[in-house]
Write a protein that binds this ligand. Structure first.
Ligand code: NAG
Ligand code: NAG
Length: 184
């Protein structure tokens, strides 16, 4: 037996019937206008994300902005905690990517809107810059950049070590740089 949706799609070709029952726009429209060359991984359900955004109405009027709040937003994808359209629109995003997500009302605040802030049936545009991405299942990843030719002894537990480090966030921003003496 054919799934109902397929049957409707075939009918749609004949009678211009919409298989997707959603009003206005069927889904979010994503414009990935800046994709970084290096994209080790893409945001998916269960990931935590940190991003800057400017939210506007279709006429360009500002609704909300993380820049104005002075802090990037942290969210969890695919768990129903974000505006539905933002949740969908963040899927597959790379760190350092910028994308514009146009969200139809039914995936935002619907026909009721939100107080005096969002009128009924408003389409929202989120301009998003993804800064960070992590998941509870993440492990520490180590990559050896250079090993000396002669290595008589490698580090073990309880060794004292002296080293330099540069600490950067996933988006490349430096957060710390030090020379330390430590014990493992
Ligand atoms: C948001 O708007 C500010 C000010 O116009 C701009 O500097 C920033 O790049 C924008 N950010 C995003 C993610 O669109
Ligand atoms: C840290 O960054 C500085 C400046 O870019 C560089 O000279 C140095 O080699 C780096 N140190 C390490 C441990 O990566």
């Amino acid at each position: 037996m054919l799934p109902l949706c397929v049957v409707f799609s075939v009918l749609a070709a004949w009678f211009s019937v919409e298989c997707n029952p959603s009003p206005v726009l069927g889904d979010v429209v994503v414009d990935r206008y800046e994709i970084p060359k290096d994209c080790a991984r893409e945001a998916k359900t269960g990931d935590y994300v940190r991003y800057h955004y400017n939210a506007t109405f279709t006429d360009g009027k500002t609704l909300d902005s993380s820049y104005e709040k002075g802090a990037a937003k942290v969210g969890l994808i695919g768990e129903g905690r974000l505006i539905a359209g933002v949740d969908k629109g963040l899927q597959g995003m790379c760190v350092n990517e910028r994308r514009k997500i146009t969200i139809p009302p039914h995936l935002a605040y619907g026909s009721s809107g939100a107080g005096d802030v969002v009128p009924p049936d408003a389409t929202l545009v989120f301009d998003i810059h993804l800064l960070d991405l992590w998941n509870k299942a993440d492990l520490v990843v180590t990559r050896t950049v250079r090993t000396p030719k002669h290595c008589k002894r490698s580090v073990m537990r309880t060794d004292f070590v002296r080293y330099h480090f540069n600490g950067t966030l996933l988006d490349g921003t430096a957060f710390d740089s030090r020379r330390v003496l430590d014990v493992l």
